[in-house]
Design a protein around this ligand. Structure first.
Ligand code: SF4
Ligand code: SF4
Length: 472
């Protein structure tokens, strides 16, 4: 007997009582939801692989160019000067996640998360073909174990390397990446190391870590308790219908558990305790124990139980998409405070975003005060304020700019002319000179407006507070 203290209850589905890893090897069940998930999964994989190669107007449609600090999303380019827009977009994404989760539960985890999609529809099929997962048969599965191991590592490596390169294309651009692929790794050593790192992380994740990413590492999974409420959609077991459980006979063949319902008595609940819903679960839990953090809502147990209910001639839906409230009280409440609050917040953010996007012209202009004295009085009597004008050219062509002020102001630009290359940000020192008497009747400060015009006639107005002698 082990000298270790035995836990009173199961701690983690992926741990044995002695603390060693319990490898989960779910049985494949090809029901209605599995077929739909597979269709969506492959659609998402195609999107992920194709997206960095889609170009509109000569530009990559989705391009997260950290090096040049430009982010192109669905053809729209954002610059570091768009901090407010990016902040609103980030807040919007978080609120949207909360909103979707409040309605549909962990639909993301089971249906669209890359971890689930790649594990269930890329890597597990490889394992099945090679006989490393339940349901594996065919020529490959009957080869010697050592050969199968080598093939498995090789295939995992190739797939992970391909995915790592696709991932990199989002950050360096697909054309740049193509040049890197045909060139020497020494010409782009940082990118090469990045690809190797991502490949290594993917190998570790899909070969070893697997469902543990969802059950112990993913922050989204751990936030479920605050995102869900009693009326959120969950995968649930209908205890009222299922209990008390009946009996099913189990037989084991070739390490695989075969389940056969042998006797169903009328007085029993609908669950025949066949264990199929547990055998198919990719996180190794028993959904009959209630809603659990480990449940990624993949609906495999629904498909499994559906097949059992059909076999014994009972109504399907003993495990189904439902809500905690509906399972307990047979009622469902659509109108809840969060159902109103989240859409209102989203609407406000959407309006702010539209207003900001509409306000963006062909360039951004920002005027900030330079370090040093707030103002100087020149020999000519003019009052000088030093500022720095930062211009961001948002267009794909080079542009030049002119800056002017209101009456009584003269502007002197360090470089004489202002110009910016496509999507470039330039910063120039500007001397704002005010005529003597400009500050008459003020308390030594006056708000002015400068106008910046590009060579295509687009203009932007920037406000600036000038300092000068008090009283005049
Ligand atoms: S309990 Fe059911 S829905 Fe949840 S992870 Fe397991 S099989 Fe998927
Ligand atoms: S698959 Fe259905 S019948 Fe079988 S143990 Fe699970 S809930 Fe019970």
């Amino acid at each position: 007997m082990s000298s270790l203290l035995q836990p009173e209850d199961r701690v983690l589905a992926t741990l044995n009582p002695d603390g060693s890893r319990r490898w989960i090897n779910p049985k494949l069940i090809t029901g209605r939801f599995w077929r739909r998930r597979r269709l969506l999964g492959w659609f998402l994989i195609v999107i992920f692989v194709a997206l960095p190669h889609i170009r509109v107007g000569g530009r990559q449609w989705v391009f997260l160019d950290f090096l040049h600090r430009e982010f192109t999303l669905l053809g729209k380019t954002f610059f570091p000067t768009d901090t407010l827009m990016l902040a609103i977009a980030m807040i919007g994404i978080f609120v949207l996640i909360f909103f979707i989760t409040a309605i549909f539960g962990r639909v993301w985890c089971g249906w669209a998360c890359p971890q689930t999609v790649y594990l269930d529809f890329v890597f597990r099929p490889i394992d099945r073909a090679l006989g490393f997962a339940k349901g594996g048969k065919g020529k490959l599965a009957s080869m010697p174990l050592r050969v199968r191991r080598v093939i498995r590592w090789g295939v995992y490596l190739v797939v992970s390397f391909f995915l790592a390169n696709t991932f990199l294309a989002y950050f360096v651009g697909s054309r740049e990446l193509q040049e890197w692929i045909v060139g020497s790794p020494m010409d782009h050593i940082a990118g090469f190391i990045f690809v190797l790192l991502v490949t290594g992380m993917m190998l570790f994740n899909f070969l070893f870590f697997r469902e543990q990413l969802c059950t112990i590492a993913c922050p989204y999974g751990r936030l479920q308790s605050v995102m869900l409420d009693g009326s959120s959609l969950i995968v649930g077991y209908d205890k009222k219908r299922g209990e008390p459980r009946g009996r099913a006979r189990r037989s084991t063949k070739g390490g695989d558990v075969r389940l056969k319902v042998v006797k169903v008595e009328e007085a029993q609940g609908d669950c025949v305790d066949c264990g199929l819903c547990v055998a198919v679960c990719p996180t190794g839990i028993d959904i009959r124990d209630g809603l659990q953090l480990e449940c990624v809502h993949c609906a495999a147990c629904i498909d499994a139980c559906h097949s059992v209910m059909t076999k014994i001639g009972r109504e399907p839906g003993l495990i189904r998409y439902s809500s905690q409230r509906a399972l307990e009280t047979r009622s469902w409440r659509m109108l809840r405070p969060r159902m109103v609050l989240y859409p209102v917040v989203l609407l406000v953010l959407a309006v702010a975003m539209v207003a900001l996007v509409g306000d963006k012209g062909t360039f951004d202009a920002l005027l900030v005060r330079e370090k040093g004295l707030p103002f100087n009085v020149l020999e000519s009597g003019q009052v000088a304020n030093q500022a720095r004008l930062r211009l961001t050219n948002r267009t794909p062509e080079a542009r030049s700019y002119e800056v002017s002020g209101e009456d009584g102001l003269t502007l002197v630009v360090d470089e004489g002319t202002l110009g910016a290359q496509p999507r470039q940000t330039v910063s120039e020192r500007v001397l704002i000179l005010a005529e003597p008497g400009f500050f008459a009747g003020t308390r030594g400060r006056r708000d002015v407006e400068l106008t910046v015009v590009d060579d295509q006639g687009s203009e932007r107005h920037v406000r600036y507070r000038m300092f000068g002698p008090t009283g005049g």
